[in-house]
Design a protein around this ligand. Structure first.
Ligand code: ATP
Ligand code: MG
Length: 234
C-alpha cells in the first residue's frame, strides 16, 4: 500500500474511533446527570441534625464530588476529540492580546507575576475564532503561572513575520526538560497532580484548525516560551 493510502486509512480509523468514543462519553453523561439530580434530592431529604444523618450527608458529598469529577473528565475528553467549530471573524491580534492582559492582570498580580507586554506597532489582522483563541491564550497564561511558584515575569510579545502574526508568551518559571518537551502536546500528559493534561493538546488542535503553528522553547530552571503563528489576512 502506498504511504498516502496508509495515511488516509489511519486517519479514517482515528475518525471512526473518535466518533465511537465521543458517543460513549455522551451516553455516560446522561445517566450521570440522573445520578447527580437524585443525589441532590436525597441530600435534601436528609436533615443533618442527628449523627447518623450527618454522616450520610458527608458520604453523599463525597459521591457528589466524584460524580462532578467524572463529568469534568467526560467534558474535557469531548472538548478534545470534538472538531473545533470555528466562528471566524477578522480580528486584530494586538487587541485580542490586550483584552486578555486586562482580563488576566488581577490574577497575575495576586500571584506576584509582572506582565511585560511588547506589542507590534501596527494592527495584526487575522481571521480567527475569538473565544476559542482567547481560551488558548488564557491556558498558556495559567500554565506559565503554575510554572512560577514565586514572583516571576510573563513576557507577552506580538510581531509580524512574513505573512504570519506571531504571539510569544514567555515565563520565568521552572522550564521543561528534554523528555518533557517530547510529551507536553500529548493528550493526558500532565506533571501536575490535578492537571487534565489536555490544555496544550487542545491548544494545538485549535491553532492547527486556524492553519497556524504552536511551538515551545524551554530551558530548565530559566523558563519557557510558547510561540503561536497565525496567518495574516491577505
Ligand atoms: N509554561 C510552562 N512551564 C513549564 N511546564 C509547562 C508549561 N506549560 C506546560 N507545561 C508542562 O506541560 C504539561 C502539559 O500542559 P497542559 O496544559 O496540556 O496540561 P496541564 O496544565 O498539566 O493540565 P490542565 O491544562 O488541564 O490544567 C504540564 O503538566 C507541564 O508539565
Ligand atoms: Mg494547562
Amino acid at each position: 500500500m502506498q504511504e498516502d493510502q496508509i495515511h488516509h486509512r489511519r486517519a479514517s480509523e482515528i475518525e471512526e474511533l473518535s466518533k465511537l468514543t465521543g458517543h460513549l462519553a455522551h451516553e455516560i453523561k446522561n445517566p450521570l446527570s440522573t445520578i447527580k439530580v437524585n443525589l441532590k434530592l436525597i441530600s435534601e431529604d436528609i436533615d443533618g441534625n442527628d449523627q447518623k444523618s450527618a454522616r450520610a450527608l458527608k458520604k453523599i458529598a463525597v459521591v457528589q464530588k466524584e460524580t462532578d469529577r467524572v463529568e469534568q473528565i467526560l467534558e474535557n475528553f469531548l472538548r478534545y476529540i470534538g472538531k473545533p467549530e470555528l466562528r471566524i471573524i477578522e480580528t486584530d491580534i494586538n487587541e485580542l492580546i490586550n483584552d486578555m492582559i486586562d482580563f488576566y492582570a488581577p490574577q497575575a498580580h495576586s500571584h506576584l507575576i509582572v506582565i511585560r507586554p511588547s506589542l507590534y506597532e501596527a494592527p495584526l489582522i487575522c481571521r480567527v475564532d475569538l473565544d476559542t483563541l482567547k481560551q488558548v491564550i488564557l491556558n498558556l497564561f495559567i500554565n506559565a503561572q503554575q510554572a512560577m511558584t514565586g514572583p516571576g515575569e510573563l513576557i507577552i510579545r506580538t510581531s509580524k513575520l512574513q505573512n504570519f502574526a506571531t504571539i510569544t508568551i514567555s515565563d520565568t518559571g521552572s522550564g521543561i526538560d528534554r523528555q518533557g518537551l517530547t510529551k507536553i502536546f500529548t493528550p493526558y500528559y500532565s506533571s501536575k497532580p490535578a492537571g487534565s493534561g489536555l490544555g496544550l493538546s487542545i491548544a494545538k488542535k485549535v491553532i492547527d484548525a486556524h492553519k497556524g503553528t504552536i511551538k515551545v522553547d524551554s530551558e530548565p530552571g530559566k523558563g519557557t516560551a510558547f510561540t503561536i503563528q497565525l496567518p495574516l489576512k491577505m
